[in-house]
Design a protein around this ligand. Structure first.
Ligand SMILES: *[C@@H]1O[C@H](CO)[C@@H](O)[C@H](O)[C@H]1NC(C)=O
Length: 502
């Protein structure tokens, strides 16, 4: 978090501003170093190209989100059916399950038995095996006692995204047979936990992807083991794992293993390879194991980060500042920034809000920022990865997504609107109009960018992203925004109390 200012304290502001600017410059420098070193951001151009080659044009059902960390999201494959077995497979270009023989088996009662590896959604393949399981991390090999043939899988929930999958190592499940040339590997470590192989390659490092591609799918898979599961993490990045260590510790009583650099032969009785995807930033409770809904995921997060508020209730203490509803403005700096943030904050304060401003990024301390978000009753921000912090809001809170100019309703819908219901969060939208966008200053009135956003969408994701996401800042009309804030207030228990008092 680069700034978290208590706006109700005017004194010391001037001095604070200088310090803040210096701090922001420092943070920016640090951020660019971190980006250059660790994240897949440098490859963004490639990511987008790969996406475009795959999809041709941007259509309403191929959604991407370009965020501070610049990685592509695609929700094109959202129509998940029931888990269905893969019936054939060639060597996996996009990184799906591959096998040389048909895999559907039928038992004595003619029921179709789940094969070892199967497609758990259009985005994810999962393999499960039990018995004699021996994991050799260095070669991404899992030897399994009773296996009739070899399976290959990439344990990351973007199976049709060639770019993401190019950063994910392929794992092999192979029969543990004694007839081969090499003797079976001898166990050096025995564990009674279930082994869970997953990857933090792909698009990790972008908040939205961290949750959508990895953390929520890992929860769907691992929560049912009640801690008796060991995470074997492929394409391990220590900065990433450390960032979310508290989450891993909630899900597992065992050490997280950097499995690609592991020289042990780790033996288990059960293994699961690859997390299960359900939907964008969400869980389909009807498909998830019992007790693994989005409500449970959020409760787990509260446990992980010590978040106090399960629901957006005002504090009972009449002297407590928390009697006032808190509004958190999620700030952005490089694009899609609020140009009148201060005025927005002043207006919100005049409505009785306790106002905070926070700017989440890759350098933010997760639990610190999570606590800030959890303390809020209303969170408002322009479309972008930062809004993923909604996972920390208490139930009954309000998310206001400010949608930049350019016909981006569909993007707003699939990224943050649709996930909000399962999180028990009230969703509101504030659409940026022509008189509120800096695009109006950049283009003549009759330019297609302003007149016909659809014509820009038709030029593909790159064009859309450059024009409407990268080069747009916004200045919400305070009168109009005030109406939205007042509506948000009405949705809160605080607002209802106030109404009763009046
Ligand atoms: C692991 O378990 C096997 C089978 O019980 C045993 O033979 C082996 O010695 C054990 N290895 C270790 C390192 O404990």
């Amino acid at each position: 978090m680069k700034s978290n200012r208590n706006l109700s304290r005017a004194e010391g502001r001037r001095l604070g501003n200088a310090a803040l600017i210096a701090f922001m410059l420092g943070s920016l420098l640090l951020l660019s170093v971190i980006r250059a070193r660790f994240s897949p951001i440098g490859k963004t151009g490639d990511a987008i190209k790969a996406e475009e080659e795959r999809q041709g044009l941007v259509s309403k059902d191929s959604v991407k989100m370009e965020t501070a960390d610049e990685a592509a999201v695609s929700t094109a494959e959202d129509e998940e059916g029931e888990a269905h077995p893969k019936t054939a497979g060639t060597s996996s270009g996009g990184g799906g399950v591959s096998t040389s023989t048909p895999v559907v088996t039928v038992d004595a009662t003619d029921r179709v038995i789940k094969p070892v590896c199967y497609e758990t959604s259009r985005r994810s393949d999962t393999c499960e095996a039990a018995g004699d399981v021996r994991v050799q991390g260095r070669s991404q090999t899992i030897n399994v006692g009773l296996l009739d043939h070899e399976w290959r899988v990439k344990p990351y929930c973007r199976k049709h995204d060639a770019f993401a999958q190019s950063h994910v190592k392929e794992w092999t499940l192979r029969p543990l047979s004694s007839d081969g040339a090499a003797p079976p590997p001898q166990c050096t470590v025995n564990s009674s936990a279930t082994a869970f192989v997953m990857s933090t390659g792909g698009f990790t490092g972008n908040l939205f992807h961290d949750y959508t591609d990895v953390l929520i799918p890992a929860f769907i898979t691992a929560h049912r083991f009640a801690g008796e599961v060991q995470f074997l993490v492929s394409s391990f990045k220590s900065w990433w794992t450390n960032r979310y260590l508290q989450i891993f510790q909630q899900l597992s009583k065992h050490e997280v293993i950097d499995i690609d650099n592991d020289d042990e032969v780790r033996c288990f009785r059960n293994v699961v390879v690859g997390p299960t995807f359900h939907k964008e930033l969400g869980i389909d409770a009807s498909k998830a194991p019992p007790g693994s809904s989005m409500v449970d995921f959020r409760a787990m997060l509260r446990g992980a980060f010590g978040l106090e508020r399960a629901t957006a209730e005002p504090s009972g203490d009449r002297w407590d500042i928390r009697r006032r509803p808190r509004l958190l403005i999620i700030a952005r700096r490089s694009s899609r920034a609020f140009l009148n943030e201060r005025a927005m904050a002043d207006m919100a304060m005049s409505l009785g809000f306790d106002v905070r401003v926070g700017e989440p990024d890759i350098t933010s301390d997760v639990s610190k920022f999570a606590r800030l978000v959890n303390s809020a009753d209303v969170m408002v921000g322009v479309h972008g990865a930062g809004l993923t912090n909604m996972v920390f809001l208490p139930a009954g809170a309000v998310l206001i997504q400010v949608v930049p100019y350019g016909g981006l309703e569909w993007l707003a819908r699939s990224t943050f609107q649709e996930p909000s219901a399962d999180m028990q969060i009230h969703y509101m939208e504030y659409m940026i109009q022509l008189d509120e966008t800096t695009l109006s200053e950049q283009y003549p009135k009759d330019h297609p960018v302003l007149r016909d956003p659809n014509s820009i969408h038709k030029q593909g994701w790159n064009a859309l992203k450059t024009v409407y996401l990268d080069k747009q800042n916004v200045r919400p009309h305070l009168g109009r925004l005030k109406i939205t804030f007042l509506e948000a207030l009405k949705l809160l228990p605080h607002g209802q109390q106030q109404a009763n008092n009046n």
